[in-house]
Write a protein that binds this ligand. Structure first.
Ligand SMILES: [Zn+2]
Length: 107
């Protein structure tokens, strides 16, 4: 038996988006300040971090890959770089295929 759910891309919610950008500003600034203590290389990297923060803060809204857990239907954010993960809710082992999530039975 193979149960699977479709993967889809969504835009973040307004609150999720605000939170995400705020995190970028806060941690980006901390990172840039720390890098500023390293002469030359740190300054260049710090400038790169600042640019990344500005891009992430004022850039377009990014879309995110999501899919429902095939076992418990919980909506989960999907990292396209991973291929297998455990559902944080029901602990089911789930494989990420091209455009769908497939439950893996371990027994
Ligand atoms: Zn689940």
């Amino acid at each position: 038996m193979e149960r699977s759910t479709e993967l889809r891309t969504v835009k973040r919610s307004i609150w999720g988006e605000l939170n995400y950008r705020l995190n970028w500003i806060i941690f980006g600034t901390i990172g840039a300040v720390l890098l500023a203590f390293i002469p030359v290389i740190g300054w260049i990297m710090g400038a790169g971090v600042i640019l990344a923060v500005l891009w992430k803060t004022f850039g377009f809204r990014e879309s995110q890959l999501v899919g429902s857990c095939p076992a418990c239907t919980k909506l989960l954010p999907i990292d396209p770089k991973t291929d297998v993960f455990a559902c944080p809710v029901c602990q089911s082992c789930i494989a990420i295929q091209e455009d769908k999530l497939v439950i893996i039975k371990i027994d």
